[in-house]
Ligand binder design. Structure first.
Ligand code: CO
Length: 229
């Protein structure tokens, strides 16, 4: 705990030195443009990853960055951020090497959370043939991380919160992104939508793009393997 409070004091001092009015402004209001729905993984720290300051990103995180239809916690955060704070972008952010997605993929029993990961298993089951066609565990896991993002981004579009915002003409754009632990880079999975129609089309196209990319990579690896004497 000592490390925690010492770190906090250092940070607070550094912030005040760099910008004496920072905390006063922050106290008066927050005007984030982004709602980040990410994984609870300790390596997926939202604000740091996009090099932003406190006040710029509204954050909800849970295991395996899921947007489930009846999850009142996630839905309430979305409602607060969209109706109240008028965020412009809803980012559903997965990450490669996700432990939750791995547990779902490999049927690992971790405890209560198995029930939460069950939703990711539903996605796995829907794409079983594609995943089976991939040559190794790493590519299967990476691919399922991406498929999960696309599914959760579509779920976000289907919530009453986003539907109502679109209905009343509010500009809210939903995106699916994936974060690489290996290089710290965010990748856009091109599942962006400002209407349900667009969401369904973007979701279909993004799914196809994921399948094409992984299958092409697998074919290239196989060809290279065959060429080695
Ligand atoms: Co994760």
């Amino acid at each position: 705990m000592k490390t925690l409070f010492e770190g906090n004091r250092r940070w607070s001092e550094r912030m005040r030195e760099a910008d004496p009015g920072f905390f006063t402004r922050l106290m008066q209001q927050q005007t984030p443009r982004y709602l980040w729905i990410g994984c609870a993984d300790s390596r997926g720290a939202a604000t740091e990853i996009v090099d932003m300051m406190p006040g710029e990103v509204f954050v909800h995180r849970n295991l395996a960055n899921q947007v489930l239809h009846a999850d009142l916690n996630c839905l309430s955060v979305m409602q607060f951020a969209i109706d109240g704070l008028k965020v412009r972008h809803v980012l559903v952010v997965g990450h490669y090497g996700c432990g939750g997605v791995r547990a779902a993929l490999e049927n690992l029993r971790v405890g209560l959370a198995d029930n939460w990961f069950r939703h990711v298993q539903d996605i796995r089951n829907r794409h079983q043939d594609f995943l089976d066609a991939l040559p190794d565990d790493t590519s299967r896991l990476d691919a399922l991380c991406e498929l999960n993002v696309l599914e959760q981004a579509l779920n976000a579009c289907r919530t009453t919160v986003v539907q109502d915002a679109w209905e009343r003409g509010q500009t809210v754009e939903v995106h699916g992104l994936v974060y690489g632990l290996a290089d710290g880079l965010l990748q856009d999975l091109r599942m962006s939508a400002t209407s349900l129609e667009q969401a369904e089309q973007a979701h279909r196209q993004a799914l196809e793009a994921v399948r094409d990319r992984y299958l092409a990579r697998a074919a290239a690896a196989a060809a290279q393997g065959a060429a080695v004497p």
